[in-house]
Structures are given as C-alpha cells and as structure tokens.
Design a protein. Structure first.
Lengths: 386, 584
C-alpha cells in the first residue's frame, strides 16, 4: 500500500500508508458482528417496544432527565477534582452518601414531616440544605487536607489507594451512623434528649435503607397536562435546584477571579504558583465546592427517592464518574451533559431491558468510551495523561 | 522518640473514641493501652540491637493471637510461637545479614526468644486478668488447659500447665528462630530453598497442631491462604507489569463459576475436580486476554476504571444469566434454535436458559475425589494440604516467571512503556500475558474456593474482594512475593482470625462485667472492620507508600534520597570501574 509521491527537492519518496484493515478494526468488526448476533433480536424488540407506546417512552425520557440532573451534580464533583489534581476521588460518592445521612438526621432532629406547614417546610429545607452543603464541603476539604495533600508528589497510585481507603472509612461511618442505639446512648450521656429523634429517623436496623419522610409535594405540576406525562412538583424541585447549582458553578468558574485561579491551577500547577496563585488554597476551594455539590445531591436524592443506604455512594459514584468521563472529564458542561445522558440511558434500560441489566449497560458504556474516545464527548484536550 | 509519643497519643484518642461506648472503666484501659504502645514505640526508637527489635516487632503477632484466642483456646500460644519465631529470625536477618552459620543461629534464636517471651508474657496476662474478666472460672479454665495442652493432663494444677505452656512457647520460638537463622546464612538459591523448607515445615505442622490441641482454626486459615493465592496472582499484573487492575475478582469469579458449572448438579455434569481446576485456570486465562485486549491503549487511572467496570460486569452477568422472569428483561437463548424464527412484532421474550444459577448461585459443588481421602466440610485437613500444594506450585511458577525473559519484559514495561517498546519488547503480547498469567492463578484459586465452600453466589465476588486483594499486594510491597505473602497474612489474618475472635472476647467481657445479654451492634468490633481497613490503607500510603517489604527498585523510586539508591549507584559505579565488566 505504498504510494509514490514527490518531495520538495524532486526526489521520489516512499510514503507508507497504513492499510485500512488494521488488526484493531478487524477486532471491532468481529466483536460488532458477535454482539449483533447475540443481542440483535432483543434490541430490535426493545426498539419496537419504544415505538409501540410512545407515551411510556416519553415518560421514561422525562424520568431519566430528572435523574440525570442530580447525577450531573455528583459528576461535577468528580470532574472538578480530576480536572485540578488528576485524581479519581473515590471518596466523593461517600461524601454524597454522608450528605444524605446528614440531611436525614437534621430532618429528624427538627421534626420535619409531611404534616408540617408549608412555611416551616420551605425554611427548614433551605436551612437543612445549607447546613448539609457546609458539612460535606468541610468534610471533603478535610479529606483532601489529611489524605491527599501529603501525597501530592507521590506516585499516582498512592492518592488513588488513599481515596479508596477514605471511601471505606466513610462507608463504615455511614453504617455506624445508622445505628439508633448510638444516638440513644449519645442522648443519654449528653443529656440532649432531642438526639433520640435522629435515632428514630434511622430505624431499627443499622445497615437497612433509611427512609426519608415525604416532604416534597407529590402532585402533578399545573402547567403540564396529565395526559402528556407525569411530572410532579418533587421532580420539578429537583430539576430546578440541580440546574441552578450547575449554573451557579459554571458562572463561578467562568467569571470570578477564584474561578480563574481554579482553571489556571488545573492547566499548570507550577506556572500558576509562579503567577502568584495560592495553589493549595485553590485546591482546597475545589474540594469545598465539590463536597457542597455532593452533599446537595445527597439530600436531593434522599428527598426524591425517599431512601438512603450506607453503600449508595459506590454505585452512584460510578454512575457519576461514567457521566463525567462520557462528557469529557475536566469539562463542566461536558459533565452536565454526561449526567443527563447517563440518567436517560439508565431510565430507558430500567424500562426496556430490566433494571438488573442497567449497571452492566452503564459499565459497558464506560468501557467503550474509555477505549474508543477517552476524551469524552466535549473533551478537547489529550484526555488521559499517563 | 517524638514520633512514638505521637503514635501513643493518637492511639489513646482513637481507643478512647472507641472505648467510651463501654463506660468509664474502659477509658482507663485505653489510657493503659496507649501508654504501653508509647513505651513500645520508645523501646523501638532506643538504640537496641536489631535482634531485640525484630523480636519485639514480630512478637506482636504472637501477642495479638494469644490475647484474642487464649481465653477459649490456650494452645494458640504454640501457633503464635511458631509464627513469631520464624518471622523474628527472618526480620533479624533482613535487618542485619550474618554469614556465619553459628552467628546466624544465635541471632535467630535470640530474636525468636524475645518474640516468644512477649507471647509467653501475653499468655500470663491473659491468664491473670482477661480470663477472670471474661467470667471463666479458675476450675473451668484449668480443665480446658489440661484437656488441650499436650502433656497437660499429667501436670495437674493450672499454674504448672501455664508454666509448661510458656516454656514450650519460648522453646519452639527459639528453635524455629535458630533454624531459620541458620538457613538465612546460606547464600543463593540453596539458602532460599532452605528458608522455604522451614516455612513449609511450619505450614505443614499447622494441621497436626490444630488437631492435637483442638484449635479449630483450619476453616479460618484456608480462606486466608486462598486470598494470598489471589494476591500472588494480582502481584504479577500490578507489581510486575505495573497495570493497575481494580477488577481482579472477575477472574476469581470466572474460575469459581467454571468449576461450579462443570461439576455440580446444576447442569448435571460431574466432571472430575482434578480436570476442572485446569479448565478453570485456562478459562480464566482466556478471560484475562479477552478483558485485557480493550485496555491495551489505556494507562494509569483510565486502566483502573475500565478494569473496575469489568469487575462489576462479570458478577452481574453471572447473576443475570441464571434464568428468571422474562418480562421486560433482556434475555438470550444461545443454542435454542428459536432465535431467528420468532416474528419481531409479536415477539414475546424468548424463554431463558439457566446457565449460572442466578441469585441463588450454584450449590452444591462436587468436592475433589481421591482414593482413601474424604474431602468434606467436617474434614478440613485434606483441603488444607491441597491448598498448600497449589500454593507451592504457584510460588514455584511465579518465581520462575519473574526471572524469565517474560518477567524482565514486565519489569521493563512497568518502568517505561515507551522505552520498552523501543527496546523491541512486544508490549501488546507482554501486557496480555501479564493479564493472562494473573488470571490463571486466580482461576486456580477460584476453582479451589468453589469446591471448598461448595456454594458460590454472584455477591461473593464484588468490588470489595478486588480491593482487599489489591490492599494485600500494596501493604506487603508491590512486586515482592515475600511482601505480598506477609501483607496477605496480616490483612486476611486480622480480618478472618483476629477481628471476629476479638469481638467475641469483648462481648464476653462486657456481658460479664455489665450483666447485660445483648450488645448494641455498633459496639461489635466486626462492624468496624471497613473503618479499620480504610484507616490502614490511608496510613500506609501516608507513612510507607512502598509497603512493608518493598522490592529494592521500587523503594529506590519512592525514597530517592535513601541508601538503597546509593547502593545501586555504587554497584553501578563499581561495575563501570571494573575493566573486565566494562569490556574494554
């Protein structure tokens, strides 16, 4: 497959073109054929089902996009951290879990329930959200301070393992947090009887899923007719809060001086230090923001789905990480887009393939993206750095 | 000194946080414990001879074993002495190498004596304080002693038996230490073989001791060894070839499921275990190549994430290929013939083949068969010896692999992929072989594990298995087999042997002291294992990222200022100066 061309000096030069049928392409074609042979008919079947009842399809799309907005919020935590220190922050999923647990405890402590007045609910929930975000922000930043910062110049494996360690520790904290005996005993010793309310909110079994009281109105919003699809106030709130957090973050990173410092640090740490940027502070700030977003997502998910479990962070974390990679890790809008897409895929696969396949589908997508387009959909840069 | 004080203070705070749930008495216990640890730290910081330090450090193993177990099974001191003696001598020779046979024997015996003494002291402490605190009466304990300790019945009083047990502990520890010390003085391959022989002797003696003294520890030891087998396999991928694999449990699952599908009532195929174990290893190796192929262009974090994805997909596949409700789920029928005939519009879902048993798993799986030997749940000894045989085979193979051309290619790949490629190493083949070899050994482990536990479920192979195995490799020291074994023994030993028993002991003591029958779940130390585990990981990364027994090259990489690098440079320098070696 060599063609003859003429160089500038006039001498003929052999230019080698790679044959079109490379080994890689052969592997891809063969595996596509095998895949279609195995799953082709079921997939056609799925397609047929989608067209058969469009309303169901539309409903799933809406549900998926709603889920996608909070996945996007979690994904932002990954993308911010990966963008700035190139670390897959395994503990981020657990920070999100801690957000759900903390907000549930506060809801129990303040005694909010479905019967509370609208005013109390509004102010209570806003206050709890602020407290939760502060808590997870501080948590995330202190994780960075104690577990990642000392390893900044260590080999890349070290912070990754450290992150996994922190994630295990937080999961265990989640297990212990869910034990009502602990809260009852704490109430005994400190003399603050109110603490038993947290224990009540946690239920009797320490590892069982905790149930949130249904605080958000579960009615259809007025401006969308029932006949189109179901869209409740609850979903609307989740979407609105998530999107406004997303917008706020985008504006912060894009237009403020600190945001500029973050972008500079992400691009070149040493150069930005030379330019007078306090790199450690900027990284701490990134973790603060990521933690706050994770906590907010935890609370939203708790209110939306009504449950929180100590190991909810692992799965959600992997979904969100997939979303971040899909959109292009390090890119804020990309992560948002990735989150929406993953939410959509999740809802569709729940409906048409069965929820037991959903995780496998998501991981397969993750693997395919990383193998074929590691930069993601919106990523511009060289993608992975060794 | 300040470091040990710091550790003491932190231990105090930590144990206080934990023990405050047990009332105010225990705060005192925490204070004493922290004080002891601080004293221990100071002892280690003092300029004591290496022999004493090694004995003190390894004596902790015996001490912990004795404290956890001796209330119920006092003969544990003998096991503790065996482990402590061997490891004390090993550590002493690691710190200060002797060449003279006699000096080596003395060094090993001294180190073993210090470790054994610590174990014996722990035994006395348990007898004096913990046994009464746990509510075991003197008479009951004396009866237990006379029944389980060799020659115990003829000695009579419990004081005499405890004394005899301590003397025996010290003696065994010294003897094994001396043997090991002598073995370490022999240079080269013969020395290594001798050390392995002594380790093998200890391992082979464990079932006999176990049976004689009713320790009933074999069913805890076997999972520990299975995980060490896994860690040795993962060490090829992560330690030698430098490919971070977070989904190693997938290959373990594949090995176990191959065994389960080929020799169980599920498909009514009852193939012989001795054949199936090789098939399982081969299938796992093929899976290693198939799953490794897409990851070839990836590096670092992305490789880790893709392998993690595979590690999650494989158990999900095993769960979902087990039949189940047809509605709304993606189902497939491979060889049923109906695949093409159904019309698409009216396509109700095809009926499904139960390949893997689904959520219910595969149960039971046939045990191996050998004439005259019964492999059963009651009889652990043949399982133990079978596992030891598999491990010896594995150690032999990996040892040969590491030094081979392929092993050196892995090292080159780990150090610099680009340079390795330029030097003519086929990186694709090298990477795939690393995945395949790593998977092979986990296939062995999976086959053994499936047959041993006789019931496998998709949930037995989740992410935490991959992570635990990875932690063993990292804690022990990447790329060093001895380190990996030590790491495995420490992590899995703590997880399977020490933690449950300690939790048991605490429950007993608390129940006796406070006269309560139930203990809130958060007081149960086994509920804290993830926390402890994570803490070990983080601390390890902060304090000693290269692991307990790192291989020399990696240590030089992580601590460029220390003498290892200088030593290597000095050797290099000498080689350059040497006219014969330099070749001109």
């Amino acid at each position: 497959m060599a063609t003859r061309s003429v160089s500038q000096s006039g001498d003929p030069v052999e230019v080698h073109q790679r044959p079109w049928l490379t080994t890689r392409r052969v592997i891809i074609i063969v595996s596509t054929i095998v895949f279609l042979a195995l799953f082709g008919i079921p997939l056609l079947n799925v397609g047929y089902k989608m067209v058969e009842t469009p309303s169901l399809f539309l409903q799933q799309v809406v549900t998926g996009l709603t889920k996608g907005t909070y996945l996007a919020i979690i994904a932002l935590g990954y993308t911010l951290v990966y963008g700035i220190i190139e670390l897959i922050n395994f503990a981020h999923g657990e920070v999100y879990m801690m957000g759900a647990f903390f907000s549930l405890s506060l809801i129990g402590l303040f005694g909010l329930s479905g019967e509370s007045s609208a005013l109390a609910l509004t102010f209570g929930l806003v206050g709890i959200m602020i407290c939760t975000m502060t808590f997870t922000a501080v948590l995330n930043a202190s994780i960075e301070r104690f577990a990642y910062r000392p390893l900044r110049n260590a080999p890349r494996l070290a912070p990754l393992i450290s992150a996994i360690g922190v994630s295990f520790m937080l999961q265990n904290v989640g297990i212990l947090w869910g034990d009502h005996n602990l809260w009852d005993n704490l109430a005994d010793w400190t003399g603050i009887d109110r603490l038993t309310r947290i224990g009540d909110a946690m239920g009797s079994n320490m590892v069982a899923p905790k149930s949130f009281p249904s605080l958000l109105p579960n009615r259809q919003v007025p401006f969308i007719p029932d006949s189109w699809f179901t869209f409740t106030w609850k979903s609307l709130l989740v979407v609105v809060v998530s999107l406004s957090l997303l917008g706020a973050l985008y504006a912060f990173v894009r237009f403020t001086k600190l945001g500029k410092a973050m972008r500079a640090t992400a691009q070149d740490r040493d150069a930005s230090r030379l330019m007078g940027i306090n790199v450690d502070l900027t990284i701490s700030l990134t973790f603060l923001i990521g933690g706050a977003l994770g906590g907010a997502a935890g609370m939203l998910v708790g209110l939306y789905t009504g449950t929180a479990v100590f190991n909810m962070g692992f799965t959600a974390g992997l979904l969100a990480f997939t979303a971040a990679v899909l959109g292009g890790i390090g890119n804020i809008l990309g992560s948002a887009l990735g989150g929406l897409l993953i939410g959509l895929l999740l809802a569709l696969s729940d409906q048409y393939l069965g929820s037991r396949w959903s995780n496998a589908v998501i991981f397969a997508i993750l693997v395919l993206i990383l193998v074929f387009r590691p930069t993601g959909l919106l990523g511009e840069e060289g993608g992975q750095k060794a | 000194m300040p470091k040990s004080l710091k550790v003491g203070i932190w231990t105090f705070i930590g144990s206080f946080l934990f023990l405050m749930f047990y009332g105010f008495q225990s705060v005192l216990v925490a204070a004493i414990g922290a004080l002891l640890i601080a004293i221990f730290g100071v002892l280690l910081a003092l300029p004591l001879p290496d022999v004493v330090k090694s004995g003190l450090l390894t004596g902790i193993i015996g001490l912990v074993f004795v404290i956890a177990y001796a209330v119920e099974r006092p003969a544990i001191a003998l096991l503790g002495a065996m482990i402590t003696g061997v490891s004390a001598a090993l550590m002493a020779s690691y710190r200060q190498h002797k060449t003279d046979l006699r000096a080596g024997a003395i060094q090993g015996a001294l180190a073993g004596a210090v470790g054994g003494a610590l174990t014996a002291i722990a035994l006395f402490l348990v007898w004096l304080y913990i046994v009464p605190a746990a509510g075991v009466t003197n008479i009951a304990y004396a009866k237990l002693l006379s029944e389980t300790i060799p020659l115990g019945a003829s000695l009579g009083s419990d004081v005499a038996i405890i004394g005899w047990l301590s003397a025996l502990t010290l003696l065994i520890s010294m003897l094994l230490g001396a043997l090991m010390g002598m073995a370490r003085t022999v240079e080269g391959v013969r020395g290594n073989l001798l050390s392995y022989a002594i380790l093998g002797l200890v391992v082979l003696l464990i079932p006999i001791l176990d049976r004689q003294t009713e320790l009933q520890l074999l069913n805890a030891f076997i999972p520990v060894f299975v995980f060490i087998l896994l860690a040795l396999g993962l060490n090829i991928v992560v330690g030698y070839a430098g490919l971070l694999d977070l989904g190693y449990a997938a290959f373990f699952a594949i090995g176990a499921y191959t065994t389960g599908m080929l020799s169980s009532p599920l498909h009514d195929t009852h193939w012989n275990f001795w054949l199936v174990i090789w098939i399982a290893a081969a299938v796992a190796a093929c899976a290693g190549v198939i799953l490794g192929a897409p990851t070839l262009p990836l590096r670092g974090d992305y490789l880790a994430i893709v392998t993690l994805g595979f590690g999650e997909i494989v158990p999900i596949l095993f769960r979902n290929l087990g039949g189940g409700g047809p509605n709304g789920s993606l189902t497939l029928k491979l060889f049923g013939g109906q695949l093409g005939t159904a019309d698409i519009a009216g396509f109700t879902v095809m009926d499904q083949v139960n390949l893997t048993g689904g959520v219910a798993g595969i149960n039971p799986i046939d045990p191996p068969k050998l004439p005259g030997i019964v492999f059963g749940p009651q009889n652990q000894v043949p399982w133990f010896y079978l596992l030891v045989a598999i491990m010896m085979l594995t150690l032999f193979l990996i040892n040969r692999l590491r030094g081979s051309r392929q092993g050196r290619a892995w090292t080159a790949l780990r150090e610099d992929e680009l340079a390795a490629d330029a030097m003519g190493i086929n990186t694709v083949r090298t990477k795939l072989l690393a995945f395949a070899m790593g998977a092979t050994f986990s296939g062995f482990a999976g086959a053994f594990y499936g047959a041993y536990v006789s019931a496998i479920f998709p949930t037995s192979f989740d992410f935490s298995v991959s992570i635990i195995v990875l932690c063993m490799v990292i804690l022990g020291g990447l790329g060093n087999m001895a380190g990996v074994i030590v790491g495995g023994l420490l992590i899995m030993g703590a997880d399977r042997l020490i933690l449950p028993q300690t939790s048991n002991l605490i429950r007993k003591v608390v129940q006796h002291q406070q006269n309560t029958l139930d203990l809130p779940t958060y007081r149960d130390i086994t509920q804290w294992r993830l926390l402890l585990f994570g803490m070990v990981l983080v601390l390890m990364m902060l304090v000693r990222p290269e692991g307990l027994l790192p291989n020399a090259r990696r240590r030089a990489e992580l601590h460029p200022d220390e003498d290892t690098a200088e030593q290597e440079n000095a050797t290099l320098f000498d080689a350059e100066r040497d006219p014969q070696l330099a070749g001109h």
